[in-house]
Design a protein around this ligand. Structure first.
Ligand code: EPZ
Length: 434
């Protein structure tokens, strides 16, 4: 299994470029199921979850070209010949987002068999709201042998009010609604930018959608969708991770190819903590931290609040901030897996229920640590960048799921980081996925 070796102490200086958003690319790839025409997606990140989604679509009979290399980061998907509307457990267990094929399969094929994703490192991750929404649209769903089987001759538009705000639940049902008979009104929807990105692709395919990106979405169903070309938005969580990296190392880092307009909560929190953040353009943000950082509390909320996917990264920063920072995790029930590893590096963190109290600044000392999930891995990388000595991070395949060539990007702005081990070992699937 791959490891990272990181020697701390270097401030990050220079320009780092953000890749396309994994959490946009995954629903957009699933949306290709909704048509027999070709769908081309640009600015696809070169991360393992995208490869997993490629394998998932191919296992159902889709043709998927996935090109990388400097000029590409493009995928072309053709679901004309979908033969097997089944998302098998072997794939779903490694990537929960596989449940995103449920809605499109029922909408296009009238049938879907999707393995129950099961829990993961950060929580139970149920999909009951996806199921309830499809039932309201007329699908009959049976759960047995670890699979959900959903059937519908043709889904009917419905009025859906989400009990809880769910990102992939909103995306799954949006994809179901675009081919349903009549109008669907969805309320209490997720407002994450990735929902808007998906809606942009669906509208390019001929869908009739109003309100995507707000909490109320209205869809007029159509009988068929056509192919389209769509560019995936920049990854706001990767961008946020780099902004924290620039601040925690006391560097002067320019984060390029990002979308400054969806980084508001992260930027204002970094400024509250004493970092200097300048928006140099709509796609370029500069972060500097040349004075002692100070404690600032966070409470994770749905967009546009402080993102849960940035909680672990912020906690690493809080270990270096003067005072006590309260870190409250409201979205997932078990998203403090990084705490013990940070404590082993010398951090002062006490967890009570869903709140961690982080006292700093704490001198972090390098050691061997274990990555447990995607964003916890990012937190440990950030801590290692300021720890004294050489840290070894094990199980970095978690990181490879959602960060493209992270060690190259960090090395390019002065970090002392290298990958160790057989790069093919990174292909080993983890027992559980986010
Ligand atoms: C998406 O997961 C993201 N993944 C997650 O990113 C992100 O952390 C999460 O949204 C929250 O922003 C993708 O987009 C592929 P939810 P998702 O449904 O959709 C509960 C990363 O690090 N819930 O918004 O699975 C659920 O348990 C990953 O990139 C139900 O109860 O999250 C959670 O407590 C990790 N029933 C809350 O809602 C349901 O049917 C929010 O979950 C669905 C969700």
């Amino acid at each position: 299994m791959d490891k990272f070796v990181i020697r701390g102490g270097n401030p990050l200086v220079g320009t780092v470029r953000v890749s396309g958003a994994k959490n946009s690319a995954l629903p957009c790839m699933a949306a290709a199921i909704l048509t027999g025409d070709e769908v081309t997606l640009e600015n696809i990140p070169q991360v393992r979850d995208i490869d997993t989604e490629r394998r998932l679509l191919e296992s159902m009979g889709a043709e998927v070209q996935l090109g990388y290399g400097r000029a590409q980061h493009r995928t072309t998907i053709n679901c004309r010949t979908l033969s097997d509307p089944v998302a098998k457990y072997e794939i779903v267990k490694t990537m929960r987002a596989s449940s995103l094929v449920l809605g499109p399969l029922v909408a296009r094929m009238g049938l879907a068999r999707v393995a129950m994703p099961g829990g993961c490192a950060i929580g139970g991750r149920p999909i009951d709201l996806h199921i309830k929404g499809l039932e309201k649209m007329g699908a009959t769903l049976v759960q047995e042998h670890g699979y959900i089987e959903a059937r519908a001759d043709r889904l009917a538009g419905a009025h859906i009010v989400f009990d809880k705000i769910t990102v992939t639940g909103t995306e799954d049902l949006l994809m179901a609604a675009v081919l349903a008979e009549g109008e669907t009104l969805m309320e209490n929807c997720a407002r994450e930018p990735e929902v808007g990105d998906l809606a942009g692709l669906l509208k390019a395919m001929g869908a009739k959608i109003e309100g995507a990106g707000t909490s109320t979405i209205k869809v007029q169903g159509v009988t068929r969708l056509h192919g389209a070309k769509h560019r995936i938005n920049p990854d706001r969580i990767e961008a946020g991770t780099f902004l924290v990296a620039g601040a925690i190392t006391g560097g002067d880092l320019i984060v390029a190819n990002c979308n400054a307009s969806n980084l508001g909560a992260v930027i204002s929190k970094l400024e509250e903590a004493g970092a200097r953040v300048d928006i140099l353009g709509h796609d370029t943000v500069r972060v500097r931290a040349d004075s002692q950082l100070r404690a600032a509390d966070i409470s994770t909320e749905e967009y546009p609040g402080f993102p849960t996917d940035m909680q672990a990264q912020y906690m690493a920063l809080a270990t270096q901030s003067e005072g006590a920072s309260q870190v409250k995790e409201n979205i997932f029930e078990n998203r403090f897996m990084h705490v013990q590893e940070l404590v082993r590096m010398g951090a002062n963190i006490k967890v009570e229920g869903r709140t961690a109290t982080v006292r700093g600044p704490a001198r972090l000392s390098a050691t061997a640590v274990m990555c447990s999930d995607l964003r916890a891995s990012a937190s440990l990388v950030l801590a290692a960048l300021v720890a004294d000595g050489e840290s070894i991070l094990d199980r970095v395949y978690h990181m490879d799921r959602g960060y493209e060539r992270i060690e190259e990007k960090l090395r390019g702005v002065g970090a002392q980081i290298r990958r160790m081990g057989n790069v093919f070992a990174a292909r080993e699937e983890p027992a559980m996925a986010e």
